[in-house]
Ligand binder design. Structure first.
Ligand SMILES: CCCCCCCCCC(=O)SCCNC(=O)CCNC(=O)[C@H](O)C(C)(C)COP(=O)(O)OP(=O)(O)OC[C@H]1O[C@@H](n2cnc3c(N)ncnc32)[C@H](O)[C@@H]1OP(=O)(O)O
Length: 140
């Protein structure tokens, strides 16, 4: 497995830099060059929770959104935005656990990029799954 750390976007809530965005989670986005998917490792702290001890679903959706956006970006440098996203929460993601998110570009049709992503715990159990459609912007 050959993992490359992608540069991140300084202003991003997920992959940014606290100097540019004080609320950024500052997660590293890695790219698996052999299997062509993103990989984001994280250990949630208390500021990520909704119910006590359980990570907020909106935070998990943001991580999955980034995992998929970067899976597109690694293969196509143009700008795609999330147009539709479906998230299934299968198991709670726990405070202080060790998790990994993976994002995949499944296919492209015209301006649309179809993607998928998941979050797994350290035993390989799938906690969250997502599917999304990104659309190539006309110009931003
Ligand atoms: C990677 C580096 C940075 C990473 C950090 C950021 C990652 C985070 C990513 C995001 O969260 S982006 C922010 C959230 N998303 C947005 O703000 C998007 C808001 N929506 C829009 O800007 C427009 O609605 C959109 C660009 C998606 C579509 O408007 P357009 O007028 O450009 O497209 P149009 O309506 O002409 O449709 C273009 C194609 O997209 C398809 N499409 C549009 N909306 C869709 C939709 N909701 N679901 C499925 N397909 C859709 C549409 O059918 C069509 O398909 P075809 O080209 O095959 O004809």
């Amino acid at each position: 497995m050959s993992l490359k750390v992608l540069p991140g976007t300084p202003s991003c809530f997920v992959c940014g830099d606290k100097k540019e965005n004080s609320r950024s989670l500052e997660l590293n986005i890695c790219w698996d060059e052999d299997d062509e998917h993103t990989s984001i490792s994280f250990v949630p702290d208390g500021s990520w929770c909704g119910y006590e001890g359980i990570v907020h679903g909106g935070i998990l959706a943001a991580i999955l959104d980034d995992a998929m956006a970067w899976a597109i970006k690694a293969l196509d440098d143009r700008t795609y935005v999330t147009a539709k996203m479906n998230v299934t929460f299968k198991r709670p993601v726990q405070l202080h656990g060790h998790y990994s998110a993976s994002g995949f570009l499944d296919r492209k049709e015209e301006r649309r990029a179809y993607t998928s992503a998941l979050i797994q715990d350290e035993d390989g159990n799938t906690c969250v799954e997502a599917k999304a459609v990104f659309v190539l912007t006309k110009a931003i």
